[in-house]
Design a binder for this molecule. Structure first.
Ligand code: PHE
Length: 496
């Protein structure tokens, strides 16, 4: 296998692909809701602290180590310390599990993209989404109730992913990111620009930014800010690591990190302006308070937006398709990143080509993802998403922090990173953050997440959380104990 199949053509491809990974559904549906429900304008204080204290320092660490090894996450972790190889597979497998359920959301969005040309969701978008389309049920037997239209939409997504990912890195992901990411920003500007001119927009914005300073002393809003940054920047997920290992010699990783974090925040705050202008308009039309209209997640994208488009008249035929295309592009550029860590690790350990590894992984992903094309899919997706994001990834993040900062020794990177940096220079403060602050803060968030899952979960949710955990742990174990087929596996050279 030649390395150049896994190398960015330019720094621009690297930055745009990384922004593509970061800017996803989390920026469009998750952030506006998080901002609103955590003190509005006052949320900016914990949010900025989270970016400065965790987002940027941690990304620099992940990039630095990834760049140093120029090899996959599993291979590098094993090189740092053989005993930790399990972690080297744990995060890539967890991220691959994200990929599988993300494909369902992408599929739903594909269906809405088509429906939006005719407002095909009808007069009651809520009933349409959960009853007509998803046929949502919490009973396990509904796993047998297969929904062909969702399956088809998801398979279309998998074919697009295969088409891009099985090529050499720059030919596929690099080129696609250079087109799709700027396009995504452009369409978002059009949508938000339009939303701001709607009557009532100011009602929504006033509601959004009306700061509730008293919440600043509330522990939960700090947790929410750190949680949002981990999710939104795809921190500690081995993605940033893998992308940095694909860079050519001599990248300015510190400046890249700052650009990526800025672009991500810009996008999500922009999205929040759009979402709340539209909710303000809707509130004026329907006489319902903004607070009663706000929901998060799939509810916002697939219920609130169609409801808004129903009252928007003919403009909806333009804005509707544009909106669902934006969500599709944002989702696509994120999902493309979720296969890279596992794929590269497999290529390194088993000596398979990029193209063949991608084909196998995508086939497996597509088959397993059919679980989400059943009436049980919506429920399952919620459970797996919560498990991965509130529990599994956070354990990985803490472990990664310990391995990179302590065992690898983050100080080794400082001179190299500073010598390339045209902006920020690292010093003792950075070591203090990555060695002490980060592991402690993330452990606290993890405990909060565990308590939430255990105390608020129903019996079925807990059972399926345990099943997801078993799948993750067993798949990780298999990759760890299978014997390597590539003689290069034990030979991770260092660049720094
Ligand atoms: N960062 C992405 C978002 O904001 C989500 C994501 C998580 C993408 C994990 C890839 C991997 O939506």
């Amino acid at each position: 296998m030649s390395q150049d199949k896994n190398e960015w053509g330019s720094n621009l491809s690297f930055i745009l692909a990384m922004i593509g990974s970061a800017v996803g559904l989390g920026n469009i549906w998750r952030y506006p809701y998080v901002l609103y429900s955590n003190g509005g304008g006052a949320f900016y204080i914990p949010y900025i602290v989270a970016i400065l204290l965790m987002g940027i320092p941690f990304l620099i660490l992940e990039y630095g180590v990834g760049y140093n090894y120029k090899s996959s996450f599993a291979k590098a972790i094993k090189k740092i310390n053989v005993k930790w190889e399990y972690l080297g597979w744990f995060l890539p497998v967890a991220v691959f599990m994200i990929m599988i359920y993300y494909s369902a959301i992408l599929g739903w969005d594909g269906i809405y993209m088509i429906l939006s040309f005719t407002k095909g969701w009808g007069a009651d978008p809520n009933a349409f989404f959960s009853t007509t389309l998803l046929q949502s049920s919490e009973s396990v037997s509904s796993l047998l109730n297969f929904i062909p239209i969702i399956a088809i939409a998801m398979l279309v997504g998998w074919v697009i992913i295969w088409f891009i990912s099985h090529r050499d890195l720059e030919e596929g992901l690099g080129k696609v990111s250079k087109v799709l990411v700027p396009l995504l920003f452009l369409i978002m500007v059009v949508i938000v620009g339009f939303s701001l001119t709607l009557p009532g927009a100011s009602i929504g914005l006033a509601e959004l930014f009306n700061p509730d300073w008293s919440l600043l002393f509330n522990f939960n809003i700090w947790m929410a800010a750190f949680g949002q940054i981990i999710f939104s920047l795809s921190l500690g997920m081995s993605i940033a690591f893998t992308y940095a290992s694909y860079t050519k010699d001599g990248s300015d990783l510190i400046t890249n990190t700052i650009s990526i974090a800025l672009a991500n925040s810009l996008f999500e705050n922009f999205a929040a302006l759009g979402v709340f202008s539209i909710l303000g308009y809707m509130s004026m039309q329907s006489g319902t308070a903004v607070a009663d209209l706000v929901t998060q997640g799939t509810g916002l994208v697939f219920v609130v937006y169609p409801t808004v488009f129903n009252v928007l008249g003919d403009w909806a035929y333009v804005l509707g398709p544009l909106f669902f295309i934006t969500v599709y592009l944002a989702g696509l550029t994120s999902i493309l990143s979720t296969i890279e860590p596992l794929s590269f690790s497999i290529q390194n350990k088993f000596g398979l080509t990029r193209s063949r590894t991608m084909t196998i992984l995508i086939a497996v992903g597509a088959i397993v993802s059919m679980l989400y094309a059943t009436a049980f899919g919506g429920f399952l997706l919620g459970v797996v998403d919560t498990f991965i994001n509130q529990i599994a990834i956070l354990i990985g993040v803490v472990a990664e922090c310990i391995v990179f900062a302590w065992i690898f020794k983050a100080e080794k990177l400082i001179d190299f990173l500073n010598s390339k940096s045209k902006t920020l220079k690292l010093g003792k403060w950075w070591l203090l953050i990555v060695k002490y602050v980060l592991p402690i803060v993330v452990t606290i968030i993890w405990i909060g997440g565990m308590v939430d899952v255990i105390s608020n979960g129903t019996f079925e949710q807990l059972v399926f959380t345990l099943i997801s955990a078993a799948v993750l742990l067993i798949a990780t174990l298999i990759f760890t104990i299978l014997p390597a087929k590539n003689p290069e596996w034990d030979n991770a050279e260092e660049r720094v």
